[in-house]
Design a protein around this ligand. Sequence first.
Ligand SMILES: [Zn+2]
Ligand SMILES: [Zn+2]
Length: 366
Amino acid sequence: MTLRGRPACPCLVQWLPVYEAELLRRGVIQFNIDIFQLIGNAPASAGVHSKGGAFDIGQTQREAVEVARQMGADATWARTTGAFASNRHTHGVLRDCPHNGPARYQIDAVDAGFNGLGREGRGGPDDGPRPLSGRTWREGIEWARRQQAAYHWFQPGDLGSAESGSALGVRKSFGDLLDPTVVVGSNATSEGGGIRRRSILRARVVTTPPRKRLSFPVAAGHAPPPRAPKARSAFMTKLAKVPARFKGGDMNVSGPLAARLTGRRVVGDGVLWMTVPRLGWEVLSTVAVDVGGDHKAVLARMRHKKTGVVVRILVINAMSVSAGAAKSSEILAAGLALKPHVVLASECADFRAVDVDAIHRNQEKP
Ligand SMILES: [Zn+2]
Ligand SMILES: [Zn+2]
């Protein structure tokens, strides 16, 4: 396995491009990192690079070391002085890489406060930025993706669990999500052949200055399907009681019926809709997003009358990753390309791990 023509272990192949993207985003580098050695036997490395998990790059900025440490390579040091003055580079080791055996003593060394040089890597005190992250390289990739994402996401639970079936998002440039809460909408039931528990997510959206201050509650959910009418009715009753200005998702109930049930205005497409307050807000326009699958998204532009603030809210039903990764990726990319300020999402695409801009660029699967 190689990365840019150099032998590498699979962990490095996954990790280094994400590390590079994070340095680019921060402006630490302009184009790319300069890779000197991955798996190799440079005499100066004394076998540390012989199996994998270790890298040598040309970037020696303190922030480059700091980002590597945050991303699960705590054993990273800029080697720029003494014997390294004529061979300046940054050397790092991924934590939890199964291929890093010959370099692992350096992770123990940094954990104990040493610099990874000399006997057992304890030749001198650690000179890198602390505190250490303690993250594994995989956790480090997740951390970086969260930094790189354009949105704050609230999506509790593991992917595929009841809680992960919905998500709320706020564009970081617009504001923040406060007080995120999970409400049980309907319990798991054997009705209709078995339906998992369905949750309703609540949070408050708060705009950041210099925008006029706006704070309003939102909720997202996904009601059980028609073959489980009791569970669906329990869910709708619970949703109606949730105090939120905007609430929506794939509700398995048509919009007009929803308008009757909730007494609110409803905008959307079929069973995918959101409620809109009758007072205080006006709907400027709506755009339906259809990429040819059976799942859709609708963006509504709303104006808050008192402050004049315009808010773009997307209600989206992404497909589960396993059921339709390609269509899920398409609907996510198309919906989020409209740069919504607020996202009310149903279904179980993994929003937390999604670097949406990267999906758009690379056509990757979330
Ligand atoms: Zn590895
Ligand atoms: Zn090295």
